[in-house]
Design a protein around this ligand. Structure first.
Ligand SMILES: [Zn+2]
Length: 269
């Protein structure tokens, strides 16, 4: 079986210094695809070079990156920062737009700034026909109302709601808009029964897995710093609750990951 970590922060300050070693450990754990998600200006600047370097040192792995500014970071960002984001997100190598979204739990940025920044990412994703990578915490109503627009409904591949922790109704509305739903290590936590019930019923062709490393290490790694090599532990949870044969489930997750990021699932990188 082969796995794809659709959301890791290898270009972030915590993982960047050891990213070569982490990519090797991932490969040894059958993690053959990595999506490096940028979230602040530093990781946005680092991601293109890092992904090129890791592709050169790990030719058997599919390694892509996305360009975004996380809702935690968007206030106060000036016009130069947005101009830089716009230049980087337009690069052909940037396969997705995000991490973006809304976080009304931490409220690190004021809500109006978060909504304006999310809207900017949505518009760009629609213009470039690239998928969004969306973060949502305590903000599902506003995330859904900002996403529900004709340009998203026309988008052939609108993207991913990452680290999904919402209920089945929110999942259904996202699926209706054409999104993929990605589960992180949270789905392995003991008190996550409701989330596992949602993960059991997402249609297999819209399902993804991720680590969101360095945060949220899945059981049995909980308490450690998370890394892409741990994504098979998220797979183990889905395998335990879903009806597909394990090999078939792993393969469909692989194909979904390649499709959402515009990669050929068969050609090696
Ligand atoms: Zn993230």
């Amino acid at each position: 079986m082969r796995f794809f970590d659709t959301h890791c922060h290898l270009a972030g300050e915590e993982l960047l210094p050891t990213s070569e070693e982490l990519a090797s450990r991932a490969e040894a754990a059958s993690v053959r695809g990595l999506a490096i998600i940028s979230a602040d200006l530093a990781s946005l600047r680092a991601a293109p070079t890092l992904s090129r370097q890791l592709r050169a040192s790990h030719p058997a792995q599919r390694i892509v990156y996305s360009a975004g500014l996380h809702p935690h970071e968007v206030e106060p960002l000036g016009p130069e920062a947005w101009a830089e984001w716009e230049r980087l997100v337009r690069e052909p190598d940037a396969v997705a737009v995000g991490e973006t979204g809304l976080d009304y739990y931490y409220d690190h940025s004021d809500r109006a700034s978060q909504r304006a920044a999310f809207d900017r990412h949505i518009e760009m994703a629609c213009e470039l026909a690239k998928p969004l990578v969306i973060h949502c915490r305590n903000a599902a109503d506003d995330v859904l109302s900002l996403l529900d627009r004709p340009a998203i409904r026309r988008h052939p591949n609108p993207g991913i709601l990452h680290c999904f922790t919402e209920n089945a109704e929110v999942a259904d509305r996202l699926l209706d808009l054409g999104f993929h739903i990605s589960f992180s290590g949270i789905v392995s936590f003991r008190n996550a029964e409701d989330l596992r019930a949602v993960a059991k019923r997402v249609p297999s062709e819209r399902l993804l897995i991720e680590t969101d490393s360095p945060w949220l290490a899945p059981i049995p790694h909980r308490g450690k710093r998370n890394e892409p090599a741990f994504v098979p532990a998220v797979f183990e949870v889905l395998r335990g609750i879903r009806d597909e044969a394990p090999e078939a489930l792993a393969e469909i997750l692989w194909r979904n990951s390649c499709r959402v990021f515009g990669l050929d699932p068969e050609v090696s990188a």
